[in-house]
Design a protein around this ligand. Sequence first.
Ligand SMILES: NC(=O)c1ccc[n+]([C@@H]2O[C@H](COP(=O)([O-])OP(=O)(O)OC[C@H]3O[C@@H](n4cnc5c(N)ncnc54)[C@H](OP(=O)(O)O)[C@@H]3O)[C@@H](O)[C@H]2O)c1
Length: 275
Amino acid sequence: MKVLVTGAGGLIGQALVRAGATGLTHKQLDITDQGALAELLDAGPNCVINAAAQAGVDKAEQQPERTEAVNHHAVAALARACQQRGIRLVHIGTDYSLNSDADLVPEMTPAPVGVYATSKSRGEQAAAAHGAVVVRVQWVYHPDHTGFFARTLAALAQGRTVSLVTDQVGTPTPADLVARGLLMAAAGTQTGLFHLACLGETTPWGWIEAAAQQLHLPFSARPITRADLGGAPRPARSVLNSDRFLAAFTGAPGSDGEGLVLPRWDVALGDVLEG
Ligand SMILES: NC(=O)c1ccc[n+]([C@@H]2O[C@H](COP(=O)([O-])OP(=O)(O)OC[C@H]3O[C@@H](n4cnc5c(N)ncnc54)[C@H](OP(=O)(O)O)[C@@H]3O)[C@@H](O)[C@H]2O)c1
């Protein structure tokens, strides 16, 4: 099966390429360019995984038009174009589309808060309406990617004190596990909304503390709240329930031919850091 990945230079895009998919970076394909998209789709991939997004939650507040163009309008056009050609589309969604202290299931009514979440939610709805698979993920990380996780651990390794949020709860999930799941969704047949994350829950504080302990790094941290961060609104608790995903796709052949086991977040973290 030929799987094409858009946004292949990003955190999840890179993981998909490591897992064997063919990737196009932002430079190689801008998903807002409908002519370029049509040309690509006419070349006949079996499946497209859209990992392209304006994924900066705070940046979105400063760039609402670009965020809406990439995360909503381009996704709607991509989904329509894939549906017209019979190409399966797997689109990556976000826990931020929902807003509930209860574990998040795909049946919940969207309740996004902020520019990023609203644009993503609109994109998810448009993609699902055009027959795509939408897989919502959360707190995705890879130790080599220059995101919050790697940046914070690098600062601790340099002996610096870091500020960590203590009033936000979620589930860290390794990018390579997400990529395996997305490839399973690509190989499956069901469409609609799904969730994919590790089990259990923690705060950014608990996450980094566990990683520092595992790596024998000094843990010098100051507790802060989401309000101290400023920027875009962030949910207090957002924990994805992956039952529907597991029921739909773990029987499908994945990239490694094995089923997908969702470990607890701290077990997955240990495995990732052991490398
Ligand atoms: N990481 C998480 O914890 C997380 C959580 C929930 C949902 N998600 C979703 O997962 C998906 C992938 O996110 P990520 O974490 O991998 O983000 P990322 O590292 O920022 O990757 C996104 C990629 O998309 C590219 N891009 C931006 N605009 C584009 C456009 N118009 N055309 C083509 N490519 C474009 C970016 O390139 P530039 O850098 O050049 O802009 C970047 O390489 C997104 O839909 C995001 O909303 C991620």
